[in-house]
Design a protein around this ligand. Structure first.
Ligand code: F6P
Length: 346
């Protein structure tokens, strides 16, 4: 970085939105401006903003009041500039991004996103840009960090929903099936299933047998349990295009004859104000990203290890998924407490 010009950091947010992104933007901005005298530029709509050179200067006014606001003030997209297209009209997006990065006078670029965004960030780092990744997603499936912000907020939302399903299930003596997000990972289903007192929890990582699920529910009915709660991750292996909750709900009805209803939580899990834990984690990640820039330690993703902020090379993160380990002690203990995961435990 040159000694005279104030260093200028670009921030973009990409992929599925989640609570906490604005807290991370604020953490980057306040640390950069107040502690390091840097300039901050907000890039619109993920990597599209770099391709189209759409950005605004972020100063303390823009950063004020956004800590508690859900979503992202910059907007987001799932644009992947490295995705190959056959169209003869396709432009060389990585070349455009490098050109605009220079024309915008950027000294570094902070990419806030999930595993797809970290993969793009890793490619841009290989192309010579000074890139730092900040992991966010309600799925909690980014490799290299124990937790992503967005997860705790979605966990609160899903758990509150499951709590509410207990009361209506009890009134009608029904089986209630609730589908939670998580993409290919089962973290949100596992944690909300435990927090919400689920009797059956189905994860993408554990191959389930619907007959085992039916047997468990029938046994609960025989033992005079008035109702059951079945928490299902959206990513369980079923026919493409079908909803996990509908598939499991239909199968339960057909195999047990028990009255069953389904709820798909969907995008509610990504909305609203971030939880306090997500606000703090996002703020910590934002500050850590600027420290990496100040020490010119580029090509890194900030991470949380235990309760320590750390970082990991983007080259080790890009495109990997952090799935629920089958030997997770929490799963073992939960089984011992009578929760069914749809399989025969070892
Ligand atoms: O990655 C977050 C997430 O909400 C996943 O849990 C979900 O499967 C996906 O995004 C939905 O993607 P979109 O917002 O593009 O519909």
């Amino acid at each position: 970085m040159s000694a005279t010009k104030r260093p200028r950091i670009g921030i973009l947010t990409a992929g599925g939105d989640c609570p906490g992104i604005n807290a991370a933007i604020r953490g980057v901005g306040k640390t950069a401006i107040l502690e390091h005298g840097m300039e901050v530029v907000g890039i619109s709509t993920g990597f599209l903003g770099l391709i189209n050179q759409e950005y605004t200067i972020l100063d303390e006014n823009q950063l004020s009041g956004i800590l508690t606001v859900g979503g992202t003030i910059l907007g987001t997209s799932r644009e992947n500039p490295f995705k190959k297209t056959n169209s003869f009209l396709s432009v060389d997006k990585p070349r455009l991004i490098k050109k605009h990065y220079k024309e915008m006078g950027l000294d570094a670029l902070v990419c806030i996103g999930g595993n797809g965004t970290m993969r793009t960030a890793a490619h841009l780092a290989e192309e010579g840009l000074n890139v730092i990744g900040i992991p966010k997603t309600i799925d909690n499936d980014v490799w290299g960090t124990d937790v992503t912000f967005g997860f705790d907020s979605a966990l609160w939302i899903a758990t509150d929903a499951i709590d509410r399903l207990h009361t209506t299930a009890n009134s009608h003596k029904r089986i209630m099936v609730i589908e939670v997000m998580g993409h290919h990972a089962g973290w949100l289903a596992l944690y909300s299933g435990i927090a919400g007192g689920g009797d059956v929890i189905l994860l993408p990582e554990i191959e389930f047998d619907i007959d085992i699920v039916a047997k468990c529910l029938k046994r609960r009915a025989i033992n005079k349990k008035p109702y059951s709660i079945v928490v299902v991750a959206e990513g369980i292996p079923i026919k493409k295009g079908e909803s996990a909750a509908r598939y499991i709900g239909e199968a339960i009805k057909n195999k047990t004859g028990l009255e069953t209803r389904e709820t798909i939580l969907g995008y509610i899990q990504r909305g609203g104000s971030p939880s306090p834990m997500d606000r703090v984690l996002a703020t910590r990640f934002g500050a850590a990203a600027v420290e990496l820039i100040a020490s010119e330690n580029y090509g890194q993703m900030v991470s949380l290890r235990g309760n320590q902020i750390s970082s990991i090379p983007l080259s080790e993160v890009g495109g990997k998924l952090r799935l629920v380990p089958l030997d997770l002690p929490l799963i073992h203990k939960t089984r011992k407490m009578g929760v069914c995961f749809g399989d025969e435990p070892d």
